[in-house]
Design a protein around this ligand. Structure first.
Ligand SMILES: [Zn+2]
Ligand SMILES: [Zn+2]
Length: 417
């Protein structure tokens, strides 16, 4: 065993003795050190910083007033404000283009050429990034069970059916829409799905389908444009350390100026983020509300927690890629989940309750989402699947797991071993 692989004996924070349970995250129970390893590793986005500043109390208040009339009208106004803000930004971008072309049209001096080109370059940089996906999705005829499940879900929610299901090796799931063709896609992260029961899978899929039914993507288009543009401007403006040698003494001057402008952009973005915050949190609760009516209450509560086991998944991936003989990654992961020691369960609870951990910056804290669902009338699974459909789904997921497993292990070994 090399030095690096020797498990820590003592907590670096409070010096308490650390219990190391192979296959699970090592963390310190008395002081909470490393209870949430991801929160340390994650590069803080602007949205993460907004969440941090607002604090858990704001999220709690938002949940408590979810259905109050005054909160509803406030939310509508804020959403409108964010849209206007995005529209102004877009108009500014269009103006830059117009100005650039006008200036370059009758160009007669290097000066006007420079100004015109600058306008065009900035106009291009601030253009809306229209996205479309490049990967081919699952073929309908090869995964009829899965597509049928989603079609039935769409019909129940009176949503347009999704065009494509895409599988991948991320530990998550999402819904997205192409800005060009308005085609709809649901992404299924196989590692996450491998630890979900069928009903929990239905909850996660229904949650994504609910974003489709509620038209959250297109409703928030201007808002998203504004967010990503401001975050792009901010990232571009903030000084970089690698310029230190290139610029010599000018480094400090430009660093100071850029930090100042960066702070200004951050201020603008912060106000903007506040405008969009309520609506985006509300969209998640609304999606949970629709989804739990299909999957049932207990499946929803379980499924909400599962994304927080990604560390457990990565540890299992590492172990199987390095030492596994049979390559049964997901079988092994399910075993690890079944034999979960109490200490690991306490870690997850601690993360959710005391740190208000969330899926990502756009989602409300998971414990609040659970509280929201738990407070709604208790329901059972509403989608009765025939035994044949269940068997079909099991076959298809097994096939997807085989593909994902091969992919994950190959990539891990090529990269680290
Ligand atoms: Zn400690
Ligand atoms: Zn969501």
């Amino acid at each position: 065993m090399t030095e690096q692989e020797t498990p820590l004996q003592q907590c670096p924070q409070c010096s308490a003795a650390l219990e190391h349970i192979p296959g699970y995250v090592t963390w310190c129970e008395p002081c909470g050190w490393n209870a949430n390893p991801q929160s340390v590793n994650r590069k803080r986005s602007l949205l993460d910083r907004l969440n941090k500043r607002l604090g858990p109390k704001t999220s709690e208040r938002l949940l408590d007033s979810l259905h109050d009339d005054s909160a509803k009208s406030q939310r509508a106004w804020f959403h409108f404000g964010a849209g206007v803000f995005g529209a102004l930004l877009l108009a500014g971008d269009a103006y830059l283009f117009y100005k650039g072309i006008r200036t370059l049209w009758g160009v007669h001096s290097p000066g006007t050429f420079f100004v015109g080109s600058l306008c065009l370059i900035f106009g291009l940089l601030l253009c809306p990034r229209l996205h479309r996906w490049k990967h081919r999705g699952l073929v309908r005829s090869e995964y009829p069970g899965l597509y049928r499940l989603l079609d039935e879900m769409a019909a129940r929610m009176q949503a347009r059916p999704v065009d494509t299901i895409q599988m991948g090796t991320e530990f998550n799931a999402f819904f997205t829409e192409s800005d060009f063709t308005r085609k709809k896609l649901i992404y299924i992260g196989i590692p996450l799905f491998s630890i979900l029961s069928l009903q929990e899978k239905i909850f996660v899929l229904a949650h994504e389908m609910a974003h489709n039914a509620n038209r959250d993507m297109s409703r928030n288009w201007l808002n998203r444009y504004g967010q990503s543009t401001l975050s792009f401007i901010y990232d571009t403006i903030m000084p970089r350390e690698y310029m230190r040698e290139m610029l010599g003494p000018f480094f400090y001057l430009q660093k100071y100026v850029r930090q100042l402008v960066g702070a200004l952009v951050f201020g603008v973005w912060y106000v903007y983020g506040l405008l969009g915050f309520r609506e985006s949190q509300y969209a998640e609760y609304a999606a949970d509300d629709l989804a739990y009516r299909i999957s049932g209450t207990s499946a929803a509560l379980g499924a909400l927690e599962k994304p927080h086991y990604h560390e457990t998944f990565y540890l299992t991936l590492e172990r199987i890629a390095r030492y596994g003989y049979n390559n049964d990654l997901f079988g092994e992961l399910r075993k690890v989940m079944q034999q979960m020691p109490d200490k690991e369960q306490r870690r997850i609870r601690r993360m959710l309750d005391t740190e208000m951990a969330r899926l990502d910056a756009t989602h409300p804290p998971t414990s609040l989402r659970q509280r929201h669902v738990a407070a709604l009338p208790n329901v059972e699974l509403a989608m009765a699947l025939t035994p044949e459909h269940i068997a079909e789904l099991e076959r298809e997921f097994a096939e997807l797991e085989r593909k994902a497993q091969r992919d994950l292990l190959e990539r891990y070994r090529a990269y680290y071993l």
